[in-house]
Structures are given as C-alpha cells and as structure tokens.
Ligand binder design. Structure first.
Ligand SMILES: NC(=O)c1ccc[n+]([C@@H]2O[C@H](COP(=O)([O-])OP(=O)(O)OC[C@H]3O[C@@H](n4cnc5c(N)ncnc54)[C@H](O)[C@@H]3O)[C@@H](O)[C@H]2O)c1
Length: 252
C-alpha cells in the first residue's frame, strides 16, 4: 500500500498568500515539497514570504494580483503555467469580510464581496481547468466558510451568500471535470485567528467558544493541514466535498 501525503514536484497557486490562512497554506505546501506561486493584492506580505521561503531553500514565486481583475488573473495563470511547466494545484483562499445590515448595505459593498469571495474562483478556474485537463491532472481547493452553510446573524449576509455560492460551484466543477483527472473540494473553516477576525468583540468570541466542542479558536495551521491532505494524492478519491474544519461547530 502506498499512501502519498507529500506534494513533491507539485506546482501550486495559492491566492491570499500574504497572511493568515493563505499564507499558512502556502508555507505548508512548500514544506511538503511543492513549488508555490503565492498571489495576493498586498505585496509586502508576499515579499516577506518569498524571502523567508528562499532562505529555507523552498521554491516560491510571487504575483501581486487582484483576483477580481480578470485580465491580471488570466495573465498570471497562463504565464506561470507556461513558466513552471504546468500548475497542478490551486488553493483559492483570498477573501474579505465586513459587516452591514442588509437595509444599510451600499450596493458597491455587496458587489465587491461577491466579486472577491465568489467570482474570483471562476476567474481562476476558467483559465486553469483547460490546462489541467490537457495534462489529465489537477486539484482545486476552495476556502469557503461555515457561514456559507449556516448563514450570518451579524451583518454578513453578503459574505455568507458568497461563501455559500462557492460550494455548488466547486461541486459542479467536480462533476464536470472529474473525468478529466481534476478533483475539486471546499474547506469550510470555523473561527480562525487571523487579521480578518481581530475585529470580533471579546464577548462574541466567548459566546462562540462556550458552545464549541473543541473550545478553542482555530489557527491557520489547522486549515493548512486539511489543505495539504486535499492537495495530496492521499485524498485521490475525495471529490466534490466540503471539509468543515471548525472544531466541531458544524457536524454534517
Ligand atoms: N479567519 C476566519 O475565521 C475564516 C473563517 C472562514 C473562512 N475564512 C476564509 O479564509 C480565507 C482567508 O482569510 P483569513 O482569515 O486568512 O483573512 P486575512 O484577511 O488574514 O487574509 C485574506 C488575504 O486575502 C487577500 N485578498 C483580499 N482581497 C484580495 C484580492 N482582491 N485579490 C488578491 N488577494 C486578496 C488579502 O490581502 C489577505 O492577504 C478567506 O477567504 C476567508 O473568507 C476565514
């Protein structure tokens, strides 16, 4: 029996890689042997990741790209795919979060939320899938959220809608492209300690943790572990799934 947990010889594109969960996934992918293309709209974090990775002898390329900018995304995907001889793994992690009651939400806030958190996955996969299919191998991992299942009670209906939309998109992709050697899955994080969640009030965190079986906030490494598993051939029969990594907040 040979169970392959490593990512040796893999070429992975990771968005949202400057910080938080995306950075954790990019670092873990490199540590498990992958060559990583780290993409983010924030250049500073990318440069820091590149320097630290190269110092450790790991392979990291950086691309400062806005995942909502279709021409930038297309150029990055096609250029890096040619340069590295084929991107075989995508971890689509870039995302934003903010809070507005529905009746007070500016239209532009709704549009930007859907664009960054949902449409970005289409922008990326549109160009990647045909290349992966030609090589008959590809892995797509999309970071969604438990909010995409349960909804929001705290002014993040637009966030929940975008995250919820990712799940059937990824499942459609898993159905339509599975026969071409491409697997696609979502990860649904619960509350994870990153810049995104720093704005949460202490009382709200306490209330959340009191009902959580594992009783602690998650770390980016908790999500990275799941991403490494889904990227590796150890999960070669896992397709179209939502893997909730949430300390038991959701059990389904
Ligand atoms: N932290 C949590 O509790 C939690 C829970 C569930 C899901 N998530 C999801 O995990 C992902 C990562 O979140 P995080 O907690 O690490 O947040 P974070 O804010 O620390 O990181 C998000 C990253 O995405 C980048 N980004 C934002 N807009 C972008 C754009 N248009 N183009 C390219 N990059 C862009 C940011 O610059 C940042 O580096 C997000 O999709 C988020 O919705 C987070």
């Amino acid at each position: 029996m040979s169970i392959q947990f490593h990512l040796q010889d893999r070429k992975a594109l990771v968005t949202g890689a400057s910080q938080g969960i995306g950075r954790g996934i990019a670092e873990a992918f490199m540590e498990f042997g992958a060559e990583v293309i780290a993409c983010d709209i924030k250049e500073e974090g990318l440069k820091d990741l590149e320097k630290k990775s190269i110092d450790k002898g790991l392979k990291c390329h950086i691309c400062t790209v806005d995942v909502t900018d279709r021409s930038q995304v297309k150029e990055m995907v096609l250029e890096m795919d040619d340069k590295l001889g084929g991107i075989d793994t995508l971890a689509s992690v870039a995302g934003i979060h903010n809070r507005y009651n529905i009746d007070e939400m500016p239209d532009e806030i709704w549009d930007r939320m859907i664009s960054v958190n949902l449409t970005s996955c289409f922008n990326l996969t549109k160009h990647l899938l045909p290349r992966m299919a030609k090589r008959k191998y590809g892995v797509i991992i999309q970071v969604a959220s438990v909010a995409g299942i349960v909804g929001s009670v705290t002014g993040a209906s637009h966030y929940a809608a975008a995250k919820g939309g990712l799940i059937p998109y990824i499942r459609s992709l898993a159905k339509e492209w599975g026969s071409k050697g491409i697997r696609a899955n979502c990860i649904g994080p619960g509350l994870i300690d990153t810049e995104m969640t720093q704005v949460m009030q202490e009382l709200a965190v306490k209330a959340y943790l009191s009902g959580l079986p594992l009783g602690r906030i998650g770390k980016p490494e908790d999500i990275a572990g799941a991403a490494v598993y889904l990227a590796s051939d150890a999960s070669s029969y896992v397709n179209g799934q939502l893997l909730n990594v949430c300390g038991g907040y959701l059990m389904a």
